[in-house]
Design a protein around this ligand. Structure first.
Ligand code: NAD
Ligand code: WQD
Length: 340
C-alpha cells in the first residue's frame, strides 16, 4: 500500500515506518520537524534500506499539503502529526487545537481532494480521564481532564463524523496507553526536546547523567506501593498495531476504535526498579507531591484489538527497559551531537 505518514519523523512515526517498509509498504512522510529531527529519518533509511519520500510541510499549510497528497495519491493515511505535551497544552490551548484539530481538518480536506478515504489516527488513553472502572474498555465514557486530551477527543469526534458522511470512508482511532522503549537495534528511540514530561525519557536522562534525580510524583495513591500505575506498551508493539490497523481499514467502513496497551499495570516504583536492573545500578529518585491532573491508575482492556485486528502486545517490561537503555546509553543526546 502507499501510505502517507504525517509526523513520520517523530518517536512513534519512525518506529512505525520501519515496520511498514519492512512489510513492503511504501510511504510519504509529511513532517514539519516541529518536534523531531531529520536525522531520525536517516536512521530509518539505515535500518530499512527502504524507499520512502519526504515532504517537509506543516499539516496546517493546506495548499502545500493538498499538493503533496494529490501528487502521491496514497491508499491510506497514518496521522501521527500533533502536539503531545499535557503540561504545555495547559498554557497554549489555541496552539493545541490549531495543530491537533485544525491540522486534522486540513488533512481531511487534502485527502478528499485526492480521493483517499482511509485514516489511522493517533489518539490517547488520556481521552478517558478519571476511570469509572478498570480496565478501560473502548466503551468507557470520554472525559479528558486536560487540554491535550480534549483536542484528541475533539479530533476523534471530527473523524467519526467525517467517516459517517461518505462512501468508502474509514477512520481507525487508536488509543495509545503509555508508549515506551526503543528499537531493538538501539539506533532509534525517543528524543524529547527540553525537559521530558514523561516518566521513561526523564528516567533515561537521569541514567545518562543529564538530569540529577527522578522526581516521583506522589507515593500516596491508593495503589499497592502508593505510586501511580500505568499500562506501558513497547513502541515496536505499537508500531505493529498500525500495520494491522491498515489491513483492517482496507476492508472495513465507518469508525473503529481500539485501545493499545498490554493490559498490565506497572507502578512508578516498579518501573524504576526494572530500569535500574537494565542499567545495572541504583538511580537517584525522590518523592514529591502528586502532579495535578494525574490519575492513580490506568490500564487497558485490549481484547477488541486482539479480536478484530489480530494484534496483541508481545514485548514485556524487560524488553521495554533494556531497549530504552540500549538507545539512551548509545545516544545520550538523542539524535543530536552532545553540547560542547
Ligand atoms: P512526536 O512529537 O515524537 O512526533 C510527532 C511528529 O509530528 C513530530 O515529528 C513533529 O515534528 C510532527 N509535527 C508536529 N506538529 C506538526 C505540524 N503542525 N505539521 C507537521 N508535522 C508536525 O510524538 P510521538 O510520541 O511520536 O506521538 C505521535 C502521535 O501519537 C501524536 O499525535 C501524539 O499526540 C500521539 N500519542 C503519543 C503518545 C506518547 O506518549 N508518545 C501517547 C498517546 C498518543
Ligand atoms: C506516568 C507515571 C506520573 C514523570 C501522559 C499523557 C498520555 C500519553 C502519555 C501523550 C505517572 C509518573 C512521571 C516523572 C513521575 N501522552 N511520573 N515522575 O501522565 O500517564 O500520560 O503521557 O499522548 O496521553 O497523558 O504519562 O509518563 O507522564 O507518567 O513520577 O518525572 O509516572 O505521575 O504516574 P501519563 P507519564
Amino acid at each position: 500500500m502507499k501510505v502517507l505518514v504525517t509526523g513520520g519523523a517523530g518517536y512513534i512515526g519512525t518506529h512505525t515506518l520501519v515496520e511498514l517498509l519492512g512489510q513492503g509498504h511504501e510511504a510519504l512522510v509529511v513532517d514539519s520537524f516541529a518536534n523531531s529531527s531529520s536525522k531520525a529519518l536517516d536512521r530509518v533509511r539505515e535500518l530499512t534500506n527502504g524507499h520512502f519520500e519526504l515532504a517537509e510541510c506543516d499539516i496546517r499549510d493546506t495548499a502545500r499539503l493538498t499538493e503533496a497528497v494529490a501528487r502521491y495519491r496514497p491508499d491510506a493515511v497514518i496521522h501521527f502529526a500533533g502536539l503531545k505535551s499535557v503540561g504545555e497544552s495547559a498554557k497554549n490551548a489555541v496552539d493545541y487545537y490549531d495543530v491537533n484539530v485544525a491540522g486534522t481538518v486540513a488533512l481531511l480536506r487534502a485527502m478528499e481532494a485526492s480521493g483517499c478515504g482511509r485514516i489511522i489516527f493517533s489518539s490517547s488513553a488520556t481521552v478517558y480521564g478519571e476511570p469509572r472502572y478498570l480496565p478501560f474498555d473502548e466503551d468507557h465514557p470520554l472525559s479528558p481532564n486536560n487540554v491535550y486530551g480534549q483536542t484528541k477527543a475533539t479530533a476523534e469526534r471530527l473523524l467519526t463524523d467525517w467517516a459517517s458522511q461518505g462512501e468508502g470512508r474509514t477512520a481507525v482511532l487508536l488509543r495509545y496507553f503509555n508508549p515506551v522503549g526503543a528499537h531493538a537495534s538501539g539506533r532509534m528511540g525517543e528524543d524529547p526536546r527540553g525537559v521530558p514530561e514523561n516518566l521513561m525519557p526523564f528516567l533515561a536522562q537521569v541514567a545518562a547523567g543529564r538530569r540529577e534525580a527522578l522526581r516521583i510524583w506522589g507515593d500516596d495513591y491508593p495503589t499497592p506501593d502508593g505510586t501511580g500505575i500505568r499500562d506501558y506498551i513497547h513502541v515496536t508493539d505499537l508500531a505493529r498495531a498500525h500495520v494491522a490497523a491498515l489491513d483492517k481499514a482496507a476492508t472495513a467502513a465507518g469508525t473503529l476504535v481500539y485501545n493499545l496497551g498490554t493490559g498490565r499495570g506497572v507502578s512508578v516504583k516498579e518501573m524504576l526498579a526494572a530500569f535500574e536492573r537494565a542499567v545495572g545500578r541504583k538511580l537517584p529518585a525522590e518523592v514529591h507531591p502528586r502532579r495535578p491532573g494525574d490519575i492513580a491508575e490506568s490500564r487497558a482492556s485490549c481484547d477488541k484489538a486482539n479480536r478484530e485486528l489480530g494484534w496483541r502486545a508481545e514485548l514485556g517490561l524487560d524488553d521495554m527497559v533494556r531497549s530504552l537503555w540500549a538507545w539512551q546509553s548509545a545516544n545520550p543526546w538523542g539524535y543530536e551531537a552532545p553540547p560542547r
